[in-house]
Write a protein of this length. Sequence first.
Length: 362
Amino acid sequence: MFLSWLDLVDVRCYDRLAFRPEPGVNVLVGDNGVGKTSVLEAIGYVGMMKSFRGVADDALVREGAERAVMRAGIGGGATETTVEVEIPAQGRRAVLVNGKRPTRLRDVLLQVPVVAFMPDDLDVIKRGPAIRRDYLDDLASQLWPQAGADLSEYDRSVRQRNTLLRQDGRSTDPISLEVWDERLAAAGAGVMIHRRQVARDLQPHLLDAYGVVGGAGDLRWAYASTWGSESAFSHDDLAEALRVALAARRSRDMDVRTTTVGPHRDEPGLVLDGRSTRSRASQGEQRTVALALRIGAHRLIEEVRDTTPILLLDDVFSELDHDRASRVLSLIPHGQVFVTTARDDEVPITGRRWTVTEGTVV
């Protein structure tokens, strides 16, 4: 899988950009703040349908412009897939795949597999459980169509249930709650199944990448849930467990006017030799774990999807010593890679060099 071309209109600092990258390694070199990361952000958006910076869509619209437009060709030749995204400064975005509006967003996610690594990826280790839930859910959605469907349905059910609770509190109609509980439990069981499958299938890739990059020890996921027992594996068993938990929390949910149990409240974590990587790992260990997570995700997508994802490395090498940088390079696949750097000599990798200045890539 590779990006054959990228056209941007009014995206971040670019009023117009026509970028024709190489199918192999592309290194974007330029001073800080000139737009290197914005190019990677646009590539990532085409694949993930969201910014890997975690910002709202309207943040991508160039200041003073009415809308941002991203167009991309994936694959090249007779089998090329085109993806177009238009994001207005206000309102909903429009997405086209090969000139047609896709029926489901998850269909787009499966068109362009992308894995992005950036300095802020330490947040996956250092911040709260929500960002680790997102990691598992995002990876599952790139691997299996049903995972994206379950996640969308679950998020919708939680929003609707919370709206009902906020409006009526203690007066909430129990029959209406039961309707949403059924939908939430069915979708939530699917979310849990896919999170467990990601954690299980990722494990060998995670351990291998961690060891190669320079880590030592047993690195594993630890998943804390108040409703999904370790002994419940089937969809029916997990759905029943969530229904029971929702019923037990109903009175409390009415009091606080929100849903207090379910996959959106679970706490996935990572442990290294039994120690929490969030609170008891060194800075070096945390950085190595963050790298291993992204490299492991790339390998798992390649294994399951039988296609090599596009790899985005945003200012990664500036934080690594020479030995660790060489180890990371040994793990970089032969597919298409985009690297950003302010100093070309920090990136010991052969590939096409692009000079980025304010609003241009040449």
